[in-house]
Design a protein around this ligand. Structure first.
Ligand code: HQG
Length: 183
């Protein structure tokens, strides 16, 4: 049984979303890297991961409650969250009428003026329901502002939306006119 599986998942996210080079990984334009190379990179990065096997990574990915990573054959990628230069390609899709975004009261003050922007990531991240947005916002503050995003209206006016797994939608930015606080 793998110890520290949350910590390992965070380290894999670091490698796949933010710093593939530090783990010796070459990422393609869809965000895929070789699982065997990832395992090798983990072994070399920290003695804590010296015993991690490909099977451990496969099990962790398959059993995660929040689907952050995806495996296809010999490849693995992060489903969302990237901050590497350029933009990783994601599958474009028509969003539901409404999506949600959980943020802090301080951020809401500037979001009100300039809309949602990707900040340090490649995309703005949106949630399919209010409860998920609340959890996202709770990472930063117990006082969360959940925004209602008029996603279909934004899509109709030309904004593209992308699938980031089961619980995440991605878009380049959301102008303030499509946002309102949701009670
Ligand atoms: C805010 C985690 C000021 C935005 C989560 C957020 C999610 C602005 C922060 C995923 C702004 C960016 C992504 C503006 C946006 N002015 N603040 N114009 N526009 N912001 O972490 O959505 O657990 O990049 O409201 O659960 O919080 O890691 O985005 O507070 O699914 O798998 O700038 O990351 O997933 O923060 O979270 P983030 P996020 P994992």
């Amino acid at each position: 049984m793998l110890q520290d599986s949350d910590e390992l998942s965070r380290t894999i996210s670091l490698a796949l979303r933010h710093d593939p080079k530090a783990y010796g990984l070459l990422m393609d334009q869809d965000g895929w890297v070789s699982i065997d190379n990832l395992v090798r990179g983990l072994h070399e990065s920290d003695a804590r991961w010296s015993k991690v096997s490909r099977q451990d990574v496969e099990f962790l990915t398959a059993s995660a409650v929040k689907k952050r990573h995806e495996i296809s054959g010999d490849l693995i990628r992060a489903l969302y969250g990237h901050s590497t230069p350029g933009q990783v390609r994601h599958v474009e899709a028509m969003p539901p009428e409404v999506l949600y975004h959980g943020t802090t009261p301080a951020a809401w003050k500037s979001i009100k003026a300039e809309g949602l922007t990707p900040m340090k990531r490649q995309f703005v991240h949106l949630s399919p329901d209010r409860a998920t947005a609340l959890r996202v916002g709770n990472r930063r503050s117990s006082d969360v502002v959940v925004l209602r995003v008029d996603a279909l209206a934004a899509h109709s006016s030309g904004h593209k939306f992308y699938v980031g797994g089961d619980s995440v939608w991605l878009t380049d930015r959301v102008p303030a006119k499509f946002l309102s606080p949701s009670e």
